[in-house]
Design a protein around this ligand. Structure first.
Ligand SMILES: [Zn+2]
Length: 55
């Protein structure tokens, strides 16, 4: 077996850092599914929910 790099990655905690920024989670999928930021809208890649940002 080749050498295996040990990664201490915790997926459930990966999104917590985004909470400090904006905390824009998908209202349909719930916490963990954060919305992708586009220039004028937010988009959920899981359920294709789109939220247009107001100015
Ligand atoms: Zn969603």
């Amino acid at each position: 077996m080749a050498k295996k790099k040990v990664k201490n990655k915790v997926p459930s905690k990966a999104w917590t850092k985004y909470k400090d920024k904006k905390g824009r989670f998908c209202p349909k999928c719930g916490p963990g599914y954060f919305l992708a930021e586009h220039k004028d809208r937010l988009y959920c890649g899981n359920c294709h929910y789109t939220e247009f940002s107001k100015k």
